[in-house]
Unconditional design. Structure first.
Length: 308
């Protein structure tokens, strides 16, 4: 009888431990399915927005970039050779936005980027920029022609890579969130911080709980980009992000080709070594590929679609 009770107690204890571990990790098989996000707008070889969404491979597309704002400058979108909002407008992008949304793909305006001239140095600049984005890209109304026509985007992506830390990005995010709530419209907020923690530009903003999706950029940083020989830096960085920031979902940001950035991970390595680890995380959302023009060349998204 004592043996039976001891066995029962041991089994109960084991089940309790397994249940506790389950609070932090999800099973790797059966019910973890992520999506693929990407960036569009910086290279003509990526093709039209409509065609990208029609492939059925992408869950979210970030249009990049709103790369000029602050310091007394009028906000300006740069979509390289796709269109010029100053000279000939970007109304052709409007049809692509509508078609993508009809296909179930969320389309975001990405602000910042690796190039450009942007900053936020005061509360007034942040609030003015929020007003501009709401009126020209989201559900507000503008007295002047909207850059992408009257198709409202699903939200705003913060890809801040230049300048100095500014607390006013938090104010910008909060104002956009509040606009959506006041008008009964969901405004998705996303961010693309570098993988080292904390982020140099958005650390305060990301702790607010306002952000829905975060695609952490695990490239161009030797300390935390994936290395098969020494994966500990990558793993510790991933765990720190998902346990420190109160976002709904986290995406693994990787380059879609060797040309797109240092730290390229071959699709076979991603599926064999990286995804089994990150997919155990409760906050796992999928993979962000940078960017679509590189994905077109390598077909990376097709190789991992259905396995993410």
């Amino acid at each position: 009888m004592e043996i039976q009770l001891s066995s029962f107690a041991s089994s109960s204890f084991l089940l309790m431990i397994l249940g506790f571990v389950g609070c932090f990790f999800e099973p790797t098989t059966g019910r973890i399915h992520g999506g693929i996000a990407t960036y569009w707008g910086q290279n003509i070889r990526e093709g039209r927005l409509t065609a990208a969404c029609a492939t059925g491979k992408f869950q979210i597309v970030n249009i990049g970039f709103l790369s000029t704002f602050g310091n007394g400058q009028p906000p300006q979108v740069n979509l390289t050779r796709h269109c010029n909002p100053i000279c000939n407008g970007c109304w052709n992008v409007s049809a692509g936005i509508v078609n993508c949304q009809n296909d179930g793909v969320k389309v975001m305006l990405s602000m910042g980027g690796p190039h450009g001239n942007y900053s936020l140095s005061s509360a007034a600049e942040a609030l003015d920029l929020a007003d501009y984005i709401w009126s020209n890209f989201l559900h507000g109304h503008s007295t002047s022609p909207r850059p992408f026509g009257y198709a409202p985007l699903d939200g705003v992506d913060f890809r801040i890579e230049r300048g100095e830390f500014s607390p006013y990005y938090t104010l910008l995010a909060r104002r956009l969130h509040d606009y959506g709530q006041q008008c009964g419209r969901k405004v998705y907020l996303t961010a693309a911080p570098q993988c080292h923690f904390p982020d140099n530009y958005l650390t305060q903003s990301l702790h607010t709980g306002l952000f829905d999706y975060i695609w952490v950029r695990f490239f161009n940083d030797r300390q935390c980009q994936y290395n098969s020989s020494h994966p500990s830096g990558f793993r510790s960085s991933w765990m720190r992000w998902i346990h420190s920031i109160p976002a709904k979902k986290f995406y693994l940001g990787i380059p879609a080709s060797e040309e797109a950035g240092k730290g390229y991970v071959a699709p076979s390595v991603l599926m064999r070594e990286v995804l089994p680890f990150v997919k155990r995380s409760v906050g796992y959302g999928g993979v962000m590929l940078f960017d679509l023009s590189n994905d077109v060349q390598t077909n990376y998204s097709s190789l991992i679609s259905g396995r993410v």
